[in-house]
Design a protein around this ligand. Sequence first.
Ligand SMILES: C[C@@](CO)(OP(=O)(O)O)[C@H](O)COP(=O)(O)OP(=O)(O)OC[C@H]1O[C@@H](n2ccc(N)nc2=O)[C@H](O)[C@@H]1O
Ligand SMILES: Nc1ncnc2c1ncn2[C@@H]1O[C@H](COP(=O)(O)OP(=O)(O)O)[C@@H](O)[C@H]1O
Length: 302
Amino acid sequence: MSVTVRVPAKVNVQLAVGAARPDGFHDLANVFLAVGLYDEVTVTPADELRVTCAGPDADQVPLDRTNLAARAAFALAARRGIEPAVHLHITKDIPVAGGMAGGSADGAGALLACDALWGTGASRAELLAICAELGSDVPFSLVGGAALGTGRGERLTALEVGGTFHWVFAMARRGLSTPAVFREFDRMAEGRTIPEPEASAELLDALAKGDPDALAATVSNDLQPAALSLFPELADTLAAGRDAGALTALVSGSGPTTAFLARDPESAVKIADALRTSGTCRTVRTATAPAPGATVTGRTDQ
Ligand SMILES: C[C@@](CO)(OP(=O)(O)O)[C@H](O)COP(=O)(O)OP(=O)(O)OC[C@H]1O[C@@H](n2ccc(N)nc2=O)[C@H](O)[C@@H]1O
Ligand SMILES: Nc1ncnc2c1ncn2[C@@H]1O[C@H](COP(=O)(O)OP(=O)(O)O)[C@@H](O)[C@H]1O
């Protein structure tokens, strides 16, 4: 018996960051867009909980109880008073510590897979509440598409997307820690008044129209200066993609993955080729958006 769930990565087309809150988090206006790069989580009954991972970055993924997939299984089992006796296998294609919410994807995927395997029948609202306990980005991994995240990013409002956007992603040679990037944001913000984060009406309109030029003109990421401060070489990657015709180039979330919006699939291929030969990054991928959220893609009864 097994259940397999496929979950997308994300890029933040707007990431407005407010001042640090007393709990250490930051209020956000976080416009998430799910992109067609996916992790898969397969859950099968086992004697006790264990996690395995396959894929190019698998050696960087913790296989203990800190893995977000394991934490998701524990959280759902605890609510039902059952033992999380499962094997969670992650097929990882989303870069690790890349600002594309790979760990969050695995958390949302494991939750949906365990719910299906155990027949828990959790409501969407309960699944979303568990996701929010696991991490600020995890609810969005469950729902996919496009959404505005407020609070610390966990309170979602679905957004309309009127077309397909073509993206290129450049994966960096090392990761960046999300808390470290927020700390650098705070350090750089010292002595300044930070405005309340607000979604841009122009950006939401560009998404709704599916207009890549309008989207390119309105994307923003308040964490980008902090990510560049900790990882200055990313500026070279951004420049290489811009020179190759990207409509816009930005750091994805807390980075260090960089994201390039292309006008069409042909331009995306050209930008990807230029980034590959630029020597400024580790790997390059193209993907379209929006992508669906966590979805059950396989089920066996044996
Ligand atoms: C920045 C974003 C943008 O979507 O993602 P990444 O680009 O890293 O994937 C998110 O806000 C990351 O969300 P997620 O990775 O789920 O973070 P969490 O586990 O909730 O929090 C990790 C740490 O990040 C900081 N944090 C996170 C969210 C938030 N609104 N304010 C924060 O200050 C805190 O230091 C927190 O301890
Ligand atoms: N299933 C998982 N996949 C990847 N990383 C995980 C996972 N569970 C926990 N982690 C931890 O979370 C950190 C951030 O991972 P990730 O979600 O890939 O990056 P980001 O938050 O930048 O999108 C990793 O360095 C790793 O230690």
